[in-house]
Ligand binder design. Structure first.
Ligand code: FE
Length: 226
């Protein structure tokens, strides 16, 4: 059996919002899909270890924010590589509350849904929550972030020869470095424009206080690859 065959399955990328009393939380998920249209239901699959799991079980509701392609890595990092047990996930993030009082992203989301849990399926490590959609709102025009697109960006494909965007001298080391925490790859040819690092900046020339744009880890946890 070749488990890599499963990598060919397509997914989107979403932020699942949840609440427990007056506490709010959110996490990134790729497993969101519509089950039926009459009544309108969706399913989400959530790891039992996650705070979001606890909150959805407690409140019986969740939101789904559909990420736009423009969503920055730092936003995905905040919701995907950190725990709501350690930080307030919505700190510094533009969000609003759904009619049920559950947070959703008001920026970088094309749409949001609010679901009320009508059934749960225990699948071992995860629970599948099936929700009746009580609210659905389009927020932005644009293209949705797919998991494949995110991976492509995150892995940093080598751009086509474009001298204007690749001003590095030929002698400059162009080794890629990978974050050992989250897997993000720093590609000198791309730099980190979201954080003011120009394309062509080698890893050694990054400022000492530069951090992983996805998970926020320091330079010291990066390892050279290739
Ligand atoms: Fe990282």
């Amino acid at each position: 059996m070749d488990s890599k065959a499963l990598f060919t399955i397509s997914y989107g990328l979403y932020v699942i919002g949840s609440k427990n009393g007056d506490q709010i939380n959110g996490q990134v998920a790729n497993t969101v899909f519509q089950i039926t249209s009459e009544p309108l239901t969706v399913a989400i699959s959530i790891n039992k270890k996650n705070l979001t799991h606890e909150y959805i079980q407690a409140s019986g509701g969740f939101t789904v924010s559909v990420l736009s392609k423009e969503a920055p890595l730092s936003l995905i990092g905040q919701f995907g590589f950190k725990s709501g047990r350690d930080i307030d996930k919505f700190d510094g993030v533009d969000y609003q509350l759904s009619p049920g009082g559950i947070p959703y992203l008001s920026r970088y989301a094309l749409a949001y849904l609010e679901g009320k849990v009508i059934q749960t399926v225990d699948v071992g490590t995860h629970t599948i929550f099936i929700g009746r959609v009580d609210e659905a709102v389009q927020l932005l025009d644009g293209e949705p972030m797919t998991y494949a697109y995110y991976q492509q960006i995150k892995r940093g494909p080598t751009p086509q020869a474009a001298p204007v965007f690749n001003p590095a001298p030929a002698a400059e080391p162009q080794e890629k470095y990978q974050c050992s925490i989250c897997g993000y790859v720093y590609n000198p040819a791309q730099g980190d424009p979201e954080n003011g690092v120009a394309p062509g900046t080698s890893f050694s020339k990054l400022p000492d206080d530069w951090t992983c744009p996805v998970c926020g880890a320091g330079k010291d946890v990066f390892e050279k690859i290739e």
